[in-house]
Design a protein around this ligand. Structure first.
Ligand SMILES: NC(=O)c1ccc[n+]([C@@H]2O[C@H](COP(=O)([O-])OP(=O)(O)OC[C@H]3O[C@@H](n4cnc5c(N)ncnc54)[C@H](O)[C@@H]3O)[C@@H](O)[C@H]2O)c1
Length: 245
């Protein structure tokens, strides 16, 4: 088992890529701290516990700094350490620049950028104390290639790549690695929001000729969170079927 007895906090772990990551990490022996705003997290935790895994579900919004700090303290008290942070929670509110409201901008920045800052800042001191940590965050291949109608989303996903490089520099001396993943088109509830016609238009952009599945990204998170990647820090791993330009 590649994560035996490691404690992993996964944000947005109740659905899509976060759910696939939660399930994969549990099978690899990790103890899971599952965060989500959705109560579905409770069902997921119940199912995994019934299968013999150790899981703590906390209903947390990553946007709420105080809630994040409190939940990290409770989870740390529960498991005694936090080895891995997967900053996966994210949302989209797409609109072209000329039509995007300030609220749509703020909402996406709040979850995808400030949320990642809140979680990482709350967990990093624990990792520093342990002299061990793995931080892996969700960027996107749109950070590299841009995307129509996603000023807010692309801003956050580009920022993730930059912050990851800063954290690799600042936290490396404490045995902490920081990396991110840039997924391409992956079939989840988030991409179900895209009209069928637009989804079909994406296929010619992908050399492998198909969309990815959440497990493709969970495999990347697993590698970067494991000891196999102990000398890997500051990178953005693109997993997109060859689509990024
Ligand atoms: N699906 C894709 O094609 C794709 C591509 C590139 C990047 N990503 C990124 O991967 C991550 C996961 O995407 P997904 O497609 O699995 O999305 P999803 O919508 O299927 O799941 C996201 C999860 O995050 C949770 N969440 C939303 N706001 C939250 C908050 N404030 N606090 C805590 N949890 C919250 C949701 O309840 C949900 O369970 C996101 O960061 C997304 O931007 C996805």
């Amino acid at each position: 088992m590649r994560l035996k007895d490691k404690v992993a906090l996964i944000t947005g772990g109740a659905n899509g890529i976060g759910l696939a990551t939660t399930e994969r990490f549990a099978k690899e022996g990790a103890k899971i701290i599952l965060w989500d705003v959705s109560s579905k997290g409770s069902e997921v935790a119940g199912r995994l516990k019934a299968d013999g895994h150790e899981v703590l579900f906390q209903k947390v919004s990553v946007t709420d700094e105080e809630q994040v700090k409190k939940a990290v303290a409770e989870a740390h008290a529960h498991f005694g350490r936090i080895d891995i942070l997967i900053n996966n929670a994210g949302i989209t509110k797409d609109r072209t620049l000329l039509k995007m409201s300030k609220q749509e901008w703020d909402d996406v920045i709040g979850v995808n950028l400030t949320g990642v800052f809140n979680c990482t800042q709350a967990v990093a001191p624990i990792m520093k104390e342990q002299n061990y940590g793995r931080i892996v965050s969700a960027s996107s291949n749109v950070a590299i290639r841009g995307n129509y109608g996603q000023t807010n989303y692309v801003a956050t996903k580009s920022a993730i790549i930059g912050m990851t490089k800063v954290w690799a520099m600042e936290l490396g001396r404490y045995g902490i690695t920081a990396n991110c993943i840039a997924p391409g088109f992956i079939t989840t509830a988030m991409t179900d929001l895209m009209p069928e016609e637009v989804r079909n238009q994406t296929l010619p952009m992908i050399p492998l000729g198909k969309w990815g599945v959440p497990e493709d990204i969970a495999n990347g998170y697993l590698y970067l969170a494991s000891d196999e990647a102990s000398f890997v820090s500051g990178i953005c791993l693109t997993i997109d079927g060859g689509a990024a330009r």
